[in-house]
Design a protein around this ligand. Structure first.
Ligand code: GLC
Length: 522
């Protein structure tokens, strides 16, 4: 394949390790569990795996509170298991991406334990300590400053109080953090997802953030002093030089409060390879799931990413959001989940698929007493947290959905008896087969991976666009409605490449209800 670049041309599959596969009967997924499913992932046709954090963690934010960056939590396995995972993934042509949570550590990290032990401890300045708090708010609720009675100062935490923010202005912190990247690259890791990276640096004078309209305290401020500081760019340059000293390594940033403009400002040949702009993940109210809105979002990001020469990413679901299938589907009908999958896999940009998305897993609903996620516990019933999208993978209709022989850490979705990998593997009309066919087409047709994007006029309730290279054009047409819609293929000789309806061969006939159709011109 000409110029093939795994992170640009491939599809990245996010695994939430706690919920993927449990090998040691403790109800938590683990690394040997993932290893046992590598054949499934390779056969699905994805190209890389992003593991949500697997480091030792007290789990106040389920792994996003790290107490040792260079180790594996014993509940997930050992470094030896990790090495087997890397080898097993690489043997199947799968790359591996680690989640680097470096805006903050756990309060149980040895660094913070030292830092809080006394004001003159050498690690005091590894975190952000002040005599007086400013008005900054934690994104999970409440004040961002916690008073530490033992030493009589406040420390900063932009998330829970068990997640103190590190002081990236301290050169020793910078060295230690970059050392963790090197540690994992030496073990064969191919890339990194940077958790809320654009909050690493805070304004050196700690001014109050100005107010704005919003619901929660955090939303009622403009975050101009607690994130997106200019010092981020030289750090990204340094990180990129480090990554480029190893072959074909990749970085993708989770841009907090992302817009396409902000996102591209962090990407480039001497910065991150990519960053998330979350163009399709808002919730129902602000995101009417209709072709007009989606086309407008695409236009917005196309313009910004093209102007900056940055390669986009596409996300429909992840571990922080209600799943796309829960947002857009009614009941167990998968029509809109197919549409979301088709967009994910045919838009210009690297697709990030979230575990279970390929079978249309839905969010679980929890009673208040069952909620584990800190923001959910705080804001229930206005916000029920993120446990819903983190339920165990539904492998089969057997005990605990084939996830674990033991009771899982979060309840299974009750639909697992019908909705599971085994059932969908046996059903050629399933979402899983639909996903696999699109993944295979992406591999086969360069226009779907690399082609330019060109919007087309289309009938109400539908959308259509071209993905074109000089040699090849693929037309994608999608009918969002439950009734047929007019369709006119553009001039030229088009052939049907794919249809979710599969029976007719005429490329110009009306789109069937909810049809996803791909035509090709070569
Ligand atoms: C990121 C993660 C989220 C986590 C937060 C704090 O937004 O995606 O899961 O809670 O950072 O680390």
């Amino acid at each position: 394949m000409e110029n093939y670049l795994w992170w640009r041309d491939g599809v990245i599959y996010q695994i939430y390790p706690r919920s993927f596969a449990d090998s040691n009967r403790d109800g938590l997924g683990d690394l040997p569990g993932i290893i046992s499913r590598l054949d499934y992932l390779a056969e699905l046709g994805v190209d890389a795996l992003w593991l949500s954090p697997i480091y030792p963690s007290p789990d106040r934010d389920f792994g996003y509170d790290v107490s040792d960056y260079c180790n594996v939590d014993p509940r997930y396995g050992s470094l030896a298991d990790f090495d087997r995972l890397v080898a097993g993934a690489h043997a199947r042509g799968l790359r591996l991406i680690m989640d680097m949570v470096m805006n903050h550590t756990s309060d149980q990290h040895a660094w913070f334990q030292e830092s809080r032990s006394s004001r003159d401890n050498p690690k005091r300045d590894w975190y952000i300590w002040k005599d007086q708090p400013n008005n900054w708010q934690a994104s999970f609720g409440g004040n961002a400053w916690e008073f530490d009675a033992a030493t009589g100062q406040y420390y900063l935490h932009l998330f829970t109080k068990e997640q103190p923010d590190v002081n990236w202005r301290n050169p020793a912190v910078r060295q230690a953090q970059l050392g963790a990247f090197r540690f994992w690259m030496e073990r064969g890791v191919d890339g990194f997802r940077l958790d809320v990276f654009n909050a690493y640096f805070k304004h050196p004078d700690f001014p109050d953030n100005p107010p704005q309209f919003g619901l929660r305290g955090f939303d009622r401020q403009r975050h101009i002093y607690d994130m997106d500081q200019p010092e981020m760019l030289p750090l990204l340059n340094e990180l990129r030089r480090l990554l480029d000293s190893y072959p074909e390594r990749y970085s993708v940033g989770e841009t907090d409060l992302a817009t396409p403009q902000k996102t591209v400002s962090y990407c480039g040949l001497d910065k991150l390879h990519a960053a998330f702009s979350f163009d399709f993940t808002s919730h129902e109210l602000s995101f009417p799931w209709n072709p007009g809105w989606i086309m407008a979002q695409i236009a917005r990001r196309e313009q910004t990413f093209n102007a900056a020469g940055v390669w986009p990413t596409t996300v429909m679901s992840n571990h922080d959001l209600p799943r796309a299938a829960s947002r857009y589907c009614k009941g167990e009908n998968d029509a809109q989940a197919r549409i979301a999958m088709a967009l994910l896999l045919t838009l210009r940009g690297t697709p990030f698929m979230y575990y279970g998305e390929e079978i249309g897993m839905r969010d679980i609903t929890l009673r208040r007493s069952e909620i584990l996620d800190p923001p959910g516990r705080k804001y229930w019933p206005f916000y029920k947290g993120r446990d819903g999208c983190r339920s165990p993978m539904q492998w089969d209709a057997g005990a605990q959905a084939g996830f674990s022989p033991a009771r899982p850490w979060l309840p299974l979705h009750p639909d697992y008896l019908q909705r599971n990998v085994a059932a969908q593997q046996a059903d050629p009309g399933s979402l899983l087969h639909f996903t696999k066919r699109l993944l295979a087409l992406r591999k086969e047709y360069p226009a779907l991976r690399r082609g330019d994007y060109l919007p087309l006029e289309s009938a109400p309730g539908t959308l259509a666009y071209l993905r074109s290279t000089p040699e090849q054009s693929v037309l994608v047409a999608i009918n969002f409605k439950g009734h047929p819609a007019k369709f006119a293929s553009p001039d030229g000789k088009w052939q049907r490449l794919f249809s979710s309806q599969a029976d007719s061969k005429d490329p110009a006939e009306a789109l069937a209800a909810h049809e996803v159709r791909l035509l090709i011109q070569e």
